[in-house]
Design a protein around this ligand. Sequence first.
Ligand code: NAD
Length: 495
Amino acid sequence: MATIELETPSNGKYQQPTGLFINNEFIEGVDKKSFEVINPATEKVICSVAEATEKDVDVAVAAARAAFNGEWSKVTPEARGKLLVKLSELMEANLDQLAAIESLDNGKAISMAKGDVAAAVGCLRYYGGWSDKIEGKTIDTNTDTFTYTRQEAIGVCGQIIPWNFPILMWSWKIGPAIATGNTVVLKTAEQTPLSALFAAKLIKEAGFPPGVINIISGFGKTAGAALSSHMDVDKVAFTGSTIVGRMILKAAADSNLKKVTLELGGKSPNIVFDDADIDNAISWVNFGIFFNHGQCCCAGSRIYVQEGIYDKFIARFKERAEANKVGDPFHPETFQGPQVSQLQFDRIMGYIDEGKKAGATVTTGGGRHGDVGYFIQPTIFSDVTEDMKIVQEEIFGPVCTISKFKTEEEAIAKSNGSNYGLASAVHTTNLNTALRVANSIRAGTVWVNSYNMIHHQAPFGGYKESGMGRELGEAALANYTQTKTVSIRLGDALF
Ligand code: NAD
């Protein structure tokens, strides 16, 4: 079952790997288990892929350990960089194919999927450039001692990724881990294993030694839990829900105290002041919540609009949301496809019901779109209070709340009234307002007059319960290295 022929509406027939990618080979699991992958636009089965159990996690970790202790440790930083760049080039050459797989498996609009693959390519190339720029320091201590530090790889890294940006999260995890000389066992989300397996084929083609990058498909409670509690995994990096993030931290504490970095949820505020350019603000607010069907950890789901423009804003934002094209992910003009799974569809519809029951006004949307596939109408709730569940909890779907504020202080206080702190935005034409608000928001990212503009050169991560550590940029290298101090005695014996 290592490869099967599949077909996508945009790219036709292709060969889809379905095995566990361990030691550069696609293999069946020890117990030969498999699970079905569903197309969220049609609710039909696409194919089955090999399912990793705890035993397969052991096999993958052993492969990664052998590579870390063996051949990989002798590969120069420059050669590591070349491998990453080569992988990025192969992905670029397969951009249309990878995007088609992503749309088929995840349901995201094909134009957006192409953007994701292009961003993944850029991310791997960027970290390829960092490989030979990992530097320590010399430290002046006293005249009899020469002291320096080395930034060394941590070892075998377990990486657990979600389904909302499958290939992009794959690159965010692999790029910095490999640039710094680690080896990897990466578990994809059970909803979206296909693009990662296709890209795994390219890992071998790029020339990575066996065992350096291992990609497994499987479930969180089994394979994910096995990785996070494994005694021979030195670090685990996770992106997903806050609830699972807590479990991973506990598993690390209860096993070998492996290093942990977490990118978790959010309930990000998007603030629009009276003096904002209203056309631009509406466009960014719309993109902030409805991009990727609201399935973004940084989605701008709490919208705060100043009282002077509130009525005008809400009327025009409603029009804009209703104009978003919802439907077939392979139609070139589609903006919003289906939610990823029946479970996510049900969770989001549950929140919509909750909002209605709590007395919020449905300004637009509030229901299912069509009758096949997990499509949900872009939904705006108004007349909300800060204590409502739909204002406090992450919905992870095309659902936002909008409320009015009078003063800058009120907007800041409401924005910060959340346990999360991943992202935020402020729309204003006054630079002083923009900078004052940017300095006051307790979040890892503040966008000014834009939204969702993530660049692989700049750090991304959460304050408060939105996570630990930073991905992207130079900052991500710290997640994957540890500092060693070497102290050399230059003089005679002390006594
Ligand atoms: P999840 O956190 O359960 O899944 C994310 C990843 O974690 C998957 O690979 C999954 O297999 C793995 N996982 C699950 N349980 C695990 C465990 N006990 N140990 C180790 N790994 C485990 O997310 P979900 O259930 O698919 O989605 C639920 C909610 O999570 C969403 O509604 C959303 O709020 C949030 N979410 C956030 C992100 C993000 O980018 N921050 C991504 C996906 C989901």
